[in-house]
Design a protein around this ligand. Structure first.
Ligand code: NAD
Length: 287
């Protein structure tokens, strides 16, 4: 039976360290770190994420506010709002909340944030730094996955890492971070599934990361004995939240596994706060 990787406990540790570092900088910086979450259109999912951000910001000493725009905002209108936040000295970090209204591109919006204030590590400048292995502000969910593996002492050197999902916010940046740790990295996606090759890839994984958005898609017989399983998925099924992995079956095969909820999710929000700290620190060098 697999051991759990407790995301809530890891998040508590990150939060404590972030809080301590913010306090140290604040005494000389004069102004606090301030994160602004830009929301366009709103919706239930955006509200859940924003509430988690607000709660964690409060815990670590980050001032948090939202700026809510109508669902009819244009791409240019959103860029103008971002520009205002870029030039506001009291705003130290910005996040553009997903989901955005139809027709508004998240990556385009994020590219308008000053890289120094990019709380999610998704600006092309910060993504480019990942390639050079000198990233400071990193994409939050991939950063959370790497942190969880590090805390549990998983040495990735030469390991077979299989990532299912190749999104710009999870799978792609995570693949670079895995390569930076010298893992042999395979990225699977919908085309892998359509060719009927997903299960065979998954079975070869020492570390399997799943970020697809399909409730309990990965079954126990996809998993090698003793593998580490990281489930990034968050899916609402009736009144339950489940991952992309069928937990009860996977836990029979894996050596370590993340639960959903209480796994990658809370750590992701803490890595966001770690990014806010780093942005704040970078903006206060020599103060
Ligand atoms: P996305 O929709 O942008 O990308 C989905 C990926 O899965 C794509 O690469 C697609 O090709 C692949 N895919 C789709 N169907 C597939 C199939 N049948 N077989 C194999 N691959 C398939 O998703 P995303 O934004 O990366 O999110 C993925 C999941 O992770 C969602 O459940 C989301 O809620 C969750 N998520 C969690 C966190 C967190 O903090 N824990 C953060 C971001 C996303």
């Amino acid at each position: 039976m697999a051991e759990l990787i407790d995301g809530r406990e890891i998040a508590r540790q990150i939060n404590a360290a972030v809080k301590e570092n913010i306090l140290k900088i604040r005494s000389s910086a004069g102004r606090p770190p301030r994160l602004v979450s830009l929301i366009a259109g709103g919706g239930e999912d955006a509200e859940i994420y924003v509430n988690m951000q607000k709660r964690t910001a409060g815990l670590v000493g980050v001032e948090f506010s939202t700026r809510t725009l109508g669902a009819d905002i244009s791409q240019d209108g959103l860029a103008e709002e971002i520009e205002k936040l870029n030039s506001d000295r009291d705003v130290t970090a910005i996040i553009v909340q997903k989901p955005l209204p139809e027709g508004i591109d998240h990556a385009t919006a994020v590219s308008r944030i000053m890289p120094e204030k990019d709380a999610e590590g998704l600006h092309p400048h910060n993504l480019g730094r990942l390639l050079r292995r000198d990233a400071d502000i990193v994409p939050c969910t991939p950063g959370a996955v790497m942190k969880m593996l590090r805390v549990r002492g998983i040495d990735l050197y030469g390991k077979e890492v299989v990532i299912i999902g190749h999104s710009a916010i999870v799978g792609k940046p995570l693949s670079l971070m895995m390569l930076n740790e010298m893992a042999t990295t395979t990225v699977c996606h919908i085309a892998t599934a359509k060719k009927g090759k997903l299960q065979a890839h998954a079975k070869g994984a020492d570390v399997l990361v799943v970020a697809v958005g399909k409730p309990e898609m990965v079954r126990g017989d996809w998993i090698a004995e003793g593998a580490v399983v990281i489930d990034v998925g968050i899916n609402r099924v009736g009144d339950r939240i489940v991952g992309d992995v069928k937990f009860s079956e996977a836990a029979e095969k894996a050596s370590l596994i993340t639960p959903v909820p209480g796994g990658v999710g809370p750590v992701t929000v803490s890595i966001l706060m770690r990014n806010v700290l780093r942005a704040y620190r970078n903006q206060n060098v020599g103060v």
